[in-house]
Write a protein that binds this ligand. Sequence first.
Ligand SMILES: Nc1ncnc2c1ncn2[C@@H]1O[C@H](COP(=O)(O)OP(=O)(O)O)[C@@H](O)[C@H]1O
Ligand SMILES: [Mg+2]
Length: 218
Amino acid sequence: MAQEPPLLSMSGIAKSFPGVRALDGVDLDVQAGEVHCLLGQNGAGKSTLIKVLAGAHQPDEGTIHWRGEPVTLRSPIAAMRLGIATIYQELDLVEHLSVAENVHLGHEPTTAGFVVRGKAARTSTAQLLERLGHPEIDPARSVGELSAAQQQIVSMARALSHDVRLIVMDEPSAALDPDEVDNLFRIVADLTADGVAVVYISHRLVEIRRSGDRVTGS
Ligand SMILES: Nc1ncnc2c1ncn2[C@@H]1O[C@H](COP(=O)(O)OP(=O)(O)O)[C@@H](O)[C@H]1O
Ligand SMILES: [Mg+2]
């Protein structure tokens, strides 16, 4: 019987910035439902690799296969449409917009500008926040008024508001206290139980031992 191809296969990825070769022939395979940890020192190129995967950077070399098919991730929207969501190290929320508006940003626009506005958006956002263990976050509040940990939860709610198959978390524990890290690991376990793959980036080995099925070092 033919084996299922990996969910994601990145091969020979290279990316340079002026004066810096950030990635030099990097390979990464991710299977559905696994937690794949990417471990590396600061400056190793972890964030650059996930920005390539998120469609935010174009690689200079290399190929990306998604569910066995070659793909070009031309933009963050293109990656999102395939089911790839990224929780960035520097969060990319719009501070003056509400939690619910942030969660629904990037969905197909309607004539009104957002797919779901007002009450419907707040209700679906509240359900996502509940699932993420943060029912105290008010969907109507401005994101700028929330703590860093709460903002990260909003970013995760936005990822889950799409039909996501792979969530990349770039150093997600940096802004969190120990209870919040416990909650994060619970969320990761729930996602993988649903078949979603998680790429978890960290430079802390303790976390990697705790959360990972597989580790790729750099
Ligand atoms: N947009 C950019 N412009 C120029 N250099 C960059 C840019 N992004 C990353 N770099 C450089 O690429 C290297 C890898 O960075 P990064 O991917 O952020 O590493 P990590 O996330 O592993 O700490 C570093 O030397 C960094 O300074
Ligand atoms: Mg980084």
